[in-house]
Design a protein around this ligand. Structure first.
Ligand code: FAD
Length: 214
């Protein structure tokens, strides 16, 4: 299914544009957070926040008191951007330096999730998105915490991915220059587990947090 619309059609280097959910969804799922752009009192604001995707819906959550969560419900025109940087492209000229990346731009309407079961599932999805199985291990949210949390859904109907990969694209004449060129890869990875200093020694690391499980 294509998520291409006139708004999401990549015009600048269109061959880097993709509109199939098979390409867009994995980028959304790999990123730990997104940036949400919205209009606040006539001024553009872009806020980073955690997200999760369930089928064709993107969820974001936060304090019911936050400007982000108060501003976007019912807002027809929010824009969510997701970026994964895969490398620094080192060209022979300063001009052709670049990044290798996979990014997604989503346009949509933010709607408050009122249904308690959908809200619960969305919060679990956000938790699972960061660390699978964590939700089942920890204390569940109580009613006070649920009431203090707003969950927003954005239907994934209008989106684009843009992907740059591969070596630098230098000008023909520059390939003869004696300058190292190529790609310095970058990656997002989970690192070292640092126990809370007040954690009792008797509490071991659960399997789902052990190396190779994350
Ligand atoms: C990490 C990173 C670094 C970048 N650095 C630069 C830079 O230094 N300079 C630069 O000019 N560009 C850079 N880009 C590309 C940039 O995101 C834009 O694609 C580009 O600037 C063209 O913008 P535009 O609004 O003219 O695009 P248009 O092609 O006119 O945009 C039309 C539509 O295409 C889609 N689209 C555009 N860009 C993206 C995208 N990145 N991901 C998903 N959908 C997209 C959107 O739906 C947008 O509404 C970078 C991208 C990434 C991910």
């Amino acid at each position: 299914m294509t998520l291409k619309t006139e708004r999401t059609r990549v015009r600048r280097i269109p061959e880097r544009g993709h509109y199939d959910k098979e390409i867009i969804y994995p980028i959304i799922d790999e990123a730990l957070y997104c940036h949400v752009g919205f209009n606040h009192n006539g001024s553009p604001v872009v806020i980073p926040t955690i997200h999760a995707r369930t089928n064709g819906t993107l969820y974001i959550h936060g304090s019911a008191a936050s400007r982000l969560l108060k501003s976007i419900p019912g807002e027809n025109n929010i824009c969510v951007t997701i970026t994964l940087v895969d490398g620094i492209v080192l060209a022979r000229s300063a001009f052709h330096h670049s990044l290798n990346y996979r990014s997604v731009v989503i346009f949509g309407k933010g709607e408050i999730v009122e249904d308690p079961q959908e809200k619960w599932n969305a919060l679990k999805a956000v938790s699972d998105h960061l660390v699978p199985n964590r939700w089942d291990d920890v204390r569940e949210p109580n009613q006070k915490e649920l009431d203090a949390t707003t969950v927003i859904s954005i239907s994934l109907e209008e989106a684009s991915a843009k992907i740059r990969s591969g070596p630098p694209g230098d000008d023909d004449a520059d390939y003869a220059l004696p300058i190292w060129a190529g790609v310095l890869t970058t990656e997002l990875k989970k690192g070292t587990l640092i126990p809370d200093p007040v954690l009792p020694d008797s509490i071991g690391i659960p399997d789902y947090l052990k190396k190779g499980s994350l």
